[in-house]
Design a protein around this ligand. Structure first.
Ligand code: MLT
Length: 409
């Protein structure tokens, strides 16, 4: 008899964004012809910059000629992209990496979801609350989370609530933890961590032999020069941190798919008899067993992001999203909402009006302004009473959404 992996039965009913899509479909069926503006899922709306599409077209031409055809690529990614990543994203910030510490993939969602396979089921996992749901759901699937309580939390997970009062930067855990997920700039709150705050986490991990899984998918949106873009800007982080990056939001690749993960060779986890084991070769082993590499076309597009034209063109697109973020922040502040984020991140975290919970606000905003956002409670119990608006939208739509909200909801 085939047995089901019962851990899957412990998951909350549906993944957050499909649930939003379901409610939206229902609303549209009931209200045909109403123009709904989505500031919900963080999906890019601007077309790919020409430097990238031209590079991808040339890659397609390569594939159509015998002399330049590519079949399976290296599982870890093409050297041309790995070298560009190291030079541009790390060396320029004073961080040294070896080529075999960078693993090109088809998405940071997959990598942040899959990385937990390398760690034993008895690890104590800490997540912030609110949190990007992938970190927690993949640990539930693996069997590391325990049972769900009435408060929406799983009893084996350590939750690090972050509050407006502490700038949405979580406190260190009170009990020792083994695996820590951090995301800066943060999805969903839009918060950032400065060097001192990140150093506390790195020092904690060094002291406790923990591993930090650092999601930096939104680093391109940092505007403040004092905010670190990589955890490896902090001394000692290469012994304790794995970093995830993505071209999805920075270069418009949500549909193209290309990302990378850095697994430093110094980073170790331990056997039951306390023997240190390097994680890098294990990720290499996993990657080459379960993955056949991101497509040649995506990687050719990704390397074009680092060309002078690519940099300039992607920067212009990022600026469009960040000016959306500014408009959302300013408009909602004027309307009397308490708003956070949106300065170094493309997400704006909004306090819902007194007495209205996150899903009630979602329904109200959809019904009255025909605007979709993401309920804060979908990111964890501490997100209750908050709402996330994404700056990934056409500027005209953001303007219209703000005007509609000004008319009252
Ligand atoms: C979000 O809206 O939180 C993101 O689009 C999710 C993702 O990147 O997977």
């Amino acid at each position: 008899m085939a047995r089901v992996n019962e851990n899957f039965l412990k998951l909350k009913a549906g993944y957050l964004f499909p649930e939003i899509g379901r409610r939206l479909c229902f609303f549209q069926a009931e209200n045909p012809g109403k123009k709904v503006i989505s500031l919900g899922i963080g999906d890019v709306t601007e077309p790919l910059p020409p430097a990238i599409t031209e590079a991808m077209k040339r890659a397609v031409d390569d594939l159509s000629a015998e002399a330049t055809f590519h079949g399976y690529g290296p599982e870890r990614g093409y050297d041309f992209l790995i070298e560009a990543v190291i030079e541009n994203d790390f060396n320029r910030r004073g961080v040294k990496l070896e080529p075999d510490e960078v693993f090109i993939s088809d998405g940071a969602k997959c990598d942040t979801g899959n990385i937990q396979e390398l760690f034993g089921l008895d690890n104590v996992v800490a997540v912030t609350d609110p949190v990007y749901p992938v970190y927690i759901d993949t640990n539930i699937m693996a069997g590391r989370a325990g049972k769900a309580g009435k408060n929406g939390r799983y009893d084996k997970i350590i939750y690090l609530p972050w509050k407006a009062e502490n700038g949405f930067v979580p406190e260190l855990p009170k009990k020792p933890v083994d695996i820590i997920y951090l995301c800066f700039p943060n999805n969903p709150t839009g918060a950032v961590a400065n060097k001192g705050q990140l150093k506390r986490w790195v020092d904690y991990a060094l002291t406790n032999s923990s591993v930090i899984l650092f999601d930096a998918a939104y680093e391109a949106f940092i505007t403040d020069p004092d905010i670190p873009h990589s955890i490896y800007e902090i001394a000692g982080a290469n012994e304790v941190a794995i970093e995830f990056r993505s071209f999805s939001k920075s270069a418009g690749f949500t549909g193209v798919r290309c990302a990378y993960t850095v697994v430093p060779k110094q980073l170790k986890a331990y056997t039951k008899d306390d023997k240190g084991v390097e994680i890098n070769p294990l990720w290499q082993r996993r990657h080459s067993t379960k993955f056949n590499g991101a497509s040649y076309i995506s990687q050719a597009g990704a390397v074009a992001v680092y060309s002078p034209e690519g940099r300039e063109q992607t920067r212009k697109v990022i600026d469009i999203y960040m000016s959306n973020a500014r408009l959302i922040r300013e408009s909602l502040s004027k309307l009397g909402y308490k708003v956070y984020g949106g300065v170094n991140a493309p997400y704006i975290w909004v306090k819902t009006p007194e007495g209205i919970n996150s899903w009630e606000f979602f329904d109200l905003l959809l019904a009255k302004a025909n605007v979709v956002g993401t309920p804060g409670s979908g990111f964890g119990p501490a997100g209750e009473g908050y709402f996330r608006l994404s700056a990934f939208a056409r500027p005209a739509d953001v303007k219209e959404a703000m005007e509609r909200m000004a008319h009252g909801i």
